[in-house]
Design a protein around this ligand. Structure first.
Ligand SMILES: Nc1ncnc2c1ncn2[C@@H]1O[C@H](COP(=O)(O)OP(=O)(O)OP(=O)(O)O)[C@@H](O)[C@H]1O
Length: 249
């Protein structure tokens, strides 16, 4: 299913504008972006440094607000929610993976993975979490603390935690930025596999063409605008597209 009409949208922004600051120092980080992230797909957001990738992700995920335009998770328009509802939406319907892992150091691997469910007051779900633990390959590390794991293992815990609450969408911001290429490749393969096997949705910001090649589709930003999309990307094609941004105007 690749037609827009047949595909459900997990998250989207419409006419998104984000201006930081005022007056002479104002920066237009998003300049009228409309983009939909289809459910059940892995989408990468790419573009040169400063093109608005992180801003787009933060606004789409409800971590920051737009200056104008709308952001939606499923059918919920984020701008209509008060702070409490927005916090609940982020907790229950969105998963996050950040460059810096962001695990709770005092909790074990298993407790970190189960955290979203515990916070939501959900019990049970033993089998599904068990399956998730196997997907990320951490069965023999469940009693360890994050400091006893390698960077790649910690990020696999973060990926499992992001999916544990069965979110509508997982947002990943440079998830392999702190990892060597082998561990990074494992984490990206894990993200892609989890999307394929569980039908979940991932939106990932990256500046790395090799990372973007794990996605089903890449959307390209330049100067706060959406300038291109690429289905079934390869690292070479993404790199070629990125080089075109470097041509001096
Ligand atoms: N809190 C802020 N206050 C002021 N300007 C900001 C703020 N956050 C981002 N910007 C500016 O908005 C623009 C877009 O930034 P953003 O971080 O979204 O880009 P990016 O594509 O993610 O960049 P990078 O790849 O370097 O992380 C940049 O010009 C940046 O300097």
């Amino acid at each position: 299913m690749t037609t827009a009409t047949a595909t459900r949208t997990a998250a989207r922004v419409v006419d998104a504008v984000k201006v930081y600051g005022v007056g002479d120092t104002a920066v237009r980080a998003l300049d009228g972006v409309s983009v939909a992230f289809p459910a059940g797909r892995f989408t990468a957001i790419m573009g040169p440094s400063g093109s608005g990738k992180s801003t787009l992700m933060h606004c789409a995920a409800g971590l920051d607000t737009l200056t104008s335009g709308t952001a939606h998770i499923g059918d919920t328009e984020l701008g209509t929610l008060d702070d409490r509802r927005l916090t609940l939406l982020r907790r229950d319907r969105v998963g996050f993976v950040f460059q810096a892992f962001n695990l709770v150091p005092t909790l074990t691997v298993e407790e970190n993975i189960r955290l979203p469910l515990d916070l939501a007051g959900e019990r049970g779900e033993r089998e599904r979490i068990d399956a998730l633990i196997d997907v990320v390959g951490l069965r023999d590390r469940l009693r360890h603390r994050p400091s006893e794991l390698s960077g790649g293992q910690q990020q696999r815990v973060a990926v499992a935690r992001a999916f544990a609450g069965r979110p509508d969408v997982v947002f990943a911001d440079e998830p392999t930025g702190n990892l060597d290429s082998r561990s990074g490749g494992e984490v990206l393969g894990l993200l892609a596999r989890t999307v394929r096997e569980t039908g979940r949705t991932v939106v990932m910001v990256t500046h790395d063409p090799v990372a973007a090649a794990h996605a089903d589709e890449v959307v390209f930003l330049a100067d706060g605008r959406l300038v291109d999309r690429m289905e079934s990307p390869t690292a070479d094609r993404v790199l070629d597209r990125m080089k075109a941004f470097e041509v001096p105007s």
